[in-house]
Design a binder for this molecule. Sequence first.
Ligand code: 6PG
Length: 261
Amino acid sequence: MYVCRERIFMSERDVLSIYADAEQLSSAAAAYIVEKAKATIAEHGRFIIALTGGSTPRRLYQLLAASPWREQVEWSAWYIFVGDERVVPFSDAASNYGMAQQSLLAHVPVLPTQVYPVPTELGGAALVAERYEETILEVFGAAEHEWPRFDLILLGLGSDGHTASLFPGKPALDEAERLVVATPHGVLPPPVERVTLTFPVLNAARAVAFLVAGADKAEALRAAYRHLPLGDTMIVPAARVTVPDGELRWFVDEAAAMGLK
Ligand code: 6PG
Protein backbone atom coordinates (compact mmCIF):
# COMPACT_ATOMS: atom_id res chain seq x y z
CA MET A 1 0.00 0.00 0.00
CA TYR A 2 1.13 3.59 0.33
CA VAL A 3 1.73 6.26 2.95
CA CYS A 4 1.06 9.90 2.16
CA ARG A 5 3.91 11.86 3.78
CA GLU A 6 2.35 15.28 3.47
CA ARG A 7 -0.60 17.07 1.93
CA ILE A 8 -0.36 20.64 0.68
CA PHE A 9 -3.72 22.27 0.07
CA MET A 10 -4.22 25.22 -2.24
CA SER A 11 -7.96 24.98 -1.66
CA GLU A 12 -10.31 22.27 -0.53
CA ARG A 13 -10.42 20.94 -4.11
CA ASP A 14 -6.77 21.41 -5.11
CA VAL A 15 -4.70 18.87 -3.22
CA LEU A 16 -1.06 17.94 -3.63
CA SER A 17 0.00 14.71 -1.93
CA ILE A 18 3.62 13.65 -1.48
CA TYR A 19 4.63 9.97 -1.47
CA ALA A 20 7.97 8.33 -0.67
CA ASP A 21 8.57 7.13 -4.22
CA ALA A 22 7.02 6.46 -7.62
CA GLU A 23 5.68 3.08 -6.52
CA GLN A 24 3.74 4.59 -3.62
CA LEU A 25 2.57 7.47 -5.83
CA SER A 26 1.29 4.96 -8.37
CA SER A 27 -0.55 2.93 -5.72
CA ALA A 28 -2.22 6.05 -4.34
CA ALA A 29 -3.19 7.20 -7.81
CA ALA A 30 -4.66 3.76 -8.58
CA ALA A 31 -6.81 3.90 -5.45
CA TYR A 32 -7.94 7.43 -6.34
CA ILE A 33 -8.89 6.48 -9.90
CA VAL A 34 -10.79 3.34 -8.82
CA GLU A 35 -12.79 5.33 -6.28
CA LYS A 36 -13.42 8.17 -8.77
CA ALA A 37 -14.64 5.67 -11.37
CA LYS A 38 -16.94 3.91 -8.90
CA ALA A 39 -18.57 7.17 -7.79
CA THR A 40 -18.88 8.51 -11.35
CA ILE A 41 -20.42 5.30 -12.70
CA ALA A 42 -22.86 5.22 -9.79
CA GLU A 43 -23.90 8.79 -10.64
CA HIS A 44 -23.65 8.93 -14.45
CA GLY A 45 -23.55 5.30 -15.57
CA ARG A 46 -20.20 5.75 -17.31
CA PHE A 47 -16.66 7.01 -16.65
CA ILE A 48 -14.90 9.02 -19.35
CA ILE A 49 -11.16 9.20 -18.79
CA ALA A 50 -8.24 10.60 -20.77
CA LEU A 51 -4.99 8.71 -20.14
CA THR A 52 -1.63 10.42 -20.15
CA GLY A 53 1.45 9.24 -21.95
CA GLY A 54 5.15 9.33 -21.10
CA SER A 55 6.85 6.87 -18.73
CA THR A 56 5.52 7.88 -15.29
CA PRO A 57 2.03 6.38 -15.64
CA ARG A 58 3.24 2.94 -16.83
CA ARG A 59 3.43 1.57 -13.26
CA LEU A 60 0.00 3.04 -12.44
CA TYR A 61 -1.49 1.29 -15.47
CA GLN A 62 0.17 -2.01 -14.49
CA LEU A 63 -1.32 -1.70 -11.00
CA LEU A 64 -4.81 -1.01 -12.37
CA ALA A 65 -4.46 -4.13 -14.55
CA ALA A 66 -3.69 -6.34 -11.54
CA SER A 67 -5.22 -7.32 -8.18
CA PRO A 68 -6.57 -5.75 -6.03
CA TRP A 69 -7.63 -2.96 -8.37
CA ARG A 70 -8.52 -4.89 -11.55
CA GLU A 71 -11.47 -6.71 -10.03
CA GLN A 72 -12.80 -3.58 -8.35
CA VAL A 73 -13.36 -1.76 -11.63
CA GLU A 74 -16.47 -1.93 -13.83
CA TRP A 75 -14.36 -1.78 -16.99
CA SER A 76 -17.39 -2.01 -19.33
CA ALA A 77 -18.50 1.44 -18.14
CA TRP A 78 -15.17 3.07 -18.98
CA TYR A 79 -14.76 5.27 -22.09
CA ILE A 80 -11.04 5.68 -22.63
CA PHE A 81 -9.28 8.44 -24.55
CA VAL A 82 -5.64 9.54 -24.73
CA GLY A 83 -4.97 13.16 -23.74
CA ASP A 84 -2.14 13.57 -26.21
CA GLU A 85 -0.30 11.42 -28.71
CA ARG A 86 2.85 11.26 -30.76
CA VAL A 87 1.94 10.91 -34.47
CA VAL A 88 3.59 7.50 -34.87
CA PRO A 89 2.24 3.97 -35.34
CA PHE A 90 0.81 2.32 -32.19
CA SER A 91 3.64 -0.25 -32.48
CA ASP A 92 6.24 2.52 -32.11
CA ALA A 93 7.89 2.65 -28.65
CA ALA A 94 6.99 6.37 -28.54
CA SER A 95 3.25 5.72 -28.89
CA ASN A 96 1.29 6.74 -25.79
CA TYR A 97 -1.60 4.50 -26.83
CA GLY A 98 0.87 1.67 -27.44
CA MET A 99 2.20 2.04 -23.89
CA ALA A 100 -1.31 2.14 -22.42
CA GLN A 101 -2.31 -0.88 -24.49
CA GLN A 102 0.70 -2.91 -23.31
CA SER A 103 0.50 -1.91 -19.63
CA LEU A 104 -3.27 -1.75 -19.12
CA LEU A 105 -5.77 -2.09 -21.94
CA ALA A 106 -4.65 -5.53 -23.17
CA HIS A 107 -5.09 -6.92 -19.64
CA VAL A 108 -8.53 -5.66 -18.62
CA PRO A 109 -12.03 -6.29 -20.08
CA VAL A 110 -12.62 -2.82 -21.52
CA LEU A 111 -15.03 -2.72 -24.46
CA PRO A 112 -12.98 -2.09 -27.64
CA THR A 113 -15.83 0.09 -28.92
CA GLN A 114 -15.24 2.34 -25.89
CA VAL A 115 -11.49 2.77 -26.35
CA TYR A 116 -10.51 5.71 -28.56
CA PRO A 117 -6.88 5.82 -29.65
CA VAL A 118 -5.74 8.89 -31.58
CA PRO A 119 -6.00 7.76 -35.26
CA THR A 120 -2.32 8.34 -36.08
CA GLU A 121 -2.63 6.00 -39.05
CA LEU A 122 -4.44 8.77 -40.92
CA GLY A 123 -1.05 10.43 -41.47
CA GLY A 124 -0.94 14.25 -41.24
CA ALA A 125 -1.18 15.60 -37.68
CA ALA A 126 -3.79 18.23 -38.61
CA LEU A 127 -6.16 15.59 -40.03
CA VAL A 128 -5.50 13.29 -37.05
CA ALA A 129 -6.40 16.12 -34.66
CA GLU A 130 -9.56 16.95 -36.61
CA ARG A 131 -10.76 13.32 -36.59
CA TYR A 132 -10.04 12.93 -32.88
CA GLU A 133 -12.01 16.05 -32.09
CA GLU A 134 -14.95 14.57 -34.06
CA THR A 135 -14.70 11.34 -32.06
CA ILE A 136 -14.74 13.21 -28.75
CA LEU A 137 -17.82 15.18 -29.82
CA GLU A 138 -19.58 11.99 -30.92
CA VAL A 139 -18.97 10.23 -27.62
CA PHE A 140 -20.01 13.20 -25.49
CA GLY A 141 -23.03 13.89 -27.68
CA ALA A 142 -24.79 17.21 -27.30
CA ALA A 143 -22.87 18.30 -24.20
CA GLU A 144 -24.86 20.39 -21.77
CA HIS A 145 -21.64 22.40 -21.19
CA GLU A 146 -19.76 24.50 -23.77
CA TRP A 147 -16.83 22.05 -23.51
CA PRO A 148 -17.02 18.28 -23.16
CA ARG A 149 -16.34 17.50 -19.50
CA PHE A 150 -14.07 14.50 -19.02
CA ASP A 151 -14.69 12.79 -15.68
CA LEU A 152 -10.95 12.48 -15.17
CA ILE A 153 -7.93 13.61 -17.17
CA LEU A 154 -4.55 12.19 -16.19
CA LEU A 155 -1.58 14.44 -16.89
CA GLY A 156 2.18 14.25 -16.59
CA LEU A 157 4.70 17.05 -16.27
CA GLY A 158 7.77 17.57 -18.41
CA SER A 159 10.97 19.02 -16.94
CA ASP A 160 10.30 22.10 -19.13
CA GLY A 161 6.88 22.55 -17.52
CA HIS A 162 4.85 21.13 -20.40
CA THR A 163 1.82 18.94 -19.89
CA ALA A 164 0.01 16.77 -22.40
CA SER A 165 1.65 18.08 -25.58
CA LEU A 166 1.23 21.72 -24.62
CA PHE A 167 4.81 22.90 -24.90
CA PRO A 168 6.27 26.28 -23.87
CA GLY A 169 6.15 28.87 -26.65
CA LYS A 170 3.97 26.87 -29.03
CA PRO A 171 0.74 28.24 -30.62
CA ALA A 172 -1.30 25.36 -29.16
CA LEU A 173 -1.10 27.17 -25.79
CA ASP A 174 -3.36 29.91 -27.13
CA GLU A 175 -6.00 27.65 -28.72
CA ALA A 176 -9.40 28.80 -27.44
CA GLU A 177 -11.78 27.18 -29.96
CA ARG A 178 -10.62 23.67 -30.78
CA LEU A 179 -10.77 20.62 -28.50
CA VAL A 180 -7.76 18.98 -30.14
CA VAL A 181 -4.88 20.48 -32.12
CA ALA A 182 -1.71 19.34 -33.81
CA THR A 183 1.56 20.78 -32.56
CA PRO A 184 5.25 20.49 -33.37
CA HIS A 185 7.31 18.73 -30.70
CA GLY A 186 8.87 20.70 -27.87
CA VAL A 187 12.52 20.64 -26.76
CA LEU A 188 12.16 17.25 -25.07
CA PRO A 189 12.19 13.98 -27.02
CA PRO A 190 10.75 12.31 -28.97
CA PRO A 191 11.11 14.79 -31.86
CA VAL A 192 7.83 13.88 -33.56
CA GLU A 193 4.65 15.83 -34.27
CA ARG A 194 1.99 15.61 -31.59
CA VAL A 195 -1.78 15.87 -31.16
CA THR A 196 -3.11 17.23 -27.87
CA LEU A 197 -6.20 18.19 -25.92
CA THR A 198 -6.30 21.97 -25.46
CA PHE A 199 -6.49 24.01 -22.28
CA PRO A 200 -10.28 24.66 -22.55
CA VAL A 201 -10.89 20.90 -22.49
CA LEU A 202 -8.38 20.23 -19.70
CA ASN A 203 -9.89 23.00 -17.59
CA ALA A 204 -13.49 21.87 -18.24
CA ALA A 205 -12.77 18.47 -16.67
CA ARG A 206 -14.58 17.31 -13.55
CA ALA A 207 -11.18 16.20 -12.25
CA VAL A 208 -7.54 16.36 -13.31
CA ALA A 209 -4.76 14.33 -11.68
CA PHE A 210 -1.08 15.09 -12.28
CA LEU A 211 1.45 12.29 -11.79
CA VAL A 212 4.94 13.66 -11.14
CA ALA A 213 7.97 11.64 -10.06
CA GLY A 214 11.72 12.20 -10.00
CA ALA A 215 14.21 14.89 -9.02
CA ASP A 216 14.40 16.09 -12.62
CA LYS A 217 10.82 17.37 -12.25
CA ALA A 218 11.44 19.37 -9.03
CA GLU A 219 11.94 22.77 -10.67
CA ALA A 220 9.07 22.25 -13.11
CA LEU A 221 6.74 21.14 -10.32
CA ARG A 222 7.62 24.19 -8.25
CA ALA A 223 6.89 26.43 -11.24
CA ALA A 224 3.67 24.60 -12.12
CA TYR A 225 2.25 24.36 -8.61
CA ARG A 226 3.36 27.75 -7.30
CA HIS A 227 2.85 29.55 -10.64
CA LEU A 228 6.48 30.72 -10.74
CA PRO A 229 8.78 31.29 -13.74
CA LEU A 230 10.95 28.44 -15.03
CA GLY A 231 13.99 29.82 -16.84
CA ASP A 232 12.63 32.33 -19.34
CA THR A 233 9.14 30.79 -19.27
CA MET A 234 7.08 33.10 -17.11
CA ILE A 235 4.12 30.73 -16.74
CA VAL A 236 4.77 27.08 -17.54
CA PRO A 237 1.98 25.33 -19.48
CA ALA A 238 1.14 23.00 -16.57
CA ALA A 239 0.42 26.03 -14.37
CA ARG A 240 -2.43 26.93 -16.71
CA VAL A 241 -4.34 23.77 -15.77
CA THR A 242 -6.61 25.26 -13.09
CA VAL A 243 -9.86 23.23 -13.45
CA PRO A 244 -12.04 26.05 -12.05
CA ASP A 245 -15.17 23.88 -11.75
CA GLY A 246 -13.47 20.62 -10.91
CA GLU A 247 -10.97 18.87 -8.70
CA LEU A 248 -7.21 19.24 -9.19
CA ARG A 249 -5.02 16.56 -7.63
CA TRP A 250 -1.25 16.21 -7.71
CA PHE A 251 0.35 12.84 -6.96
CA VAL A 252 4.05 13.52 -6.52
CA ASP A 253 7.02 11.73 -4.98
CA GLU A 254 9.45 13.26 -2.49
CA ALA A 255 12.16 13.73 -5.11
CA ALA A 256 9.89 15.87 -7.29
CA ALA A 257 8.53 17.71 -4.23
CA MET A 258 11.97 18.94 -3.16
CA GLY A 259 11.32 22.18 -5.02
CA LEU A 260 8.17 22.85 -2.95
CA LYS A 261 9.84 22.83 0.43
C1 6PG B 1 3.85 12.95 -23.80
C2 6PG B 1 3.19 13.02 -22.46
C3 6PG B 1 3.84 14.11 -21.67
C4 6PG B 1 4.36 13.46 -20.42
C5 6PG B 1 5.45 14.29 -19.81
C6 6PG B 1 6.12 13.52 -18.66
O1 6PG B 1 3.21 12.58 -24.77
O2 6PG B 1 5.08 13.18 -23.82
O3 6PG B 1 1.86 13.07 -22.46
O4 6PG B 1 3.01 15.19 -21.35
O5 6PG B 1 3.29 13.25 -19.51
O6 6PG B 1 6.42 14.56 -20.81
O7 6PG B 1 6.67 12.35 -19.23
P1 6PG B 1 7.43 11.26 -18.30
O8 6PG B 1 6.36 10.65 -17.46
O9 6PG B 1 8.02 10.31 -19.29
O10 6PG B 1 8.44 12.02 -17.49
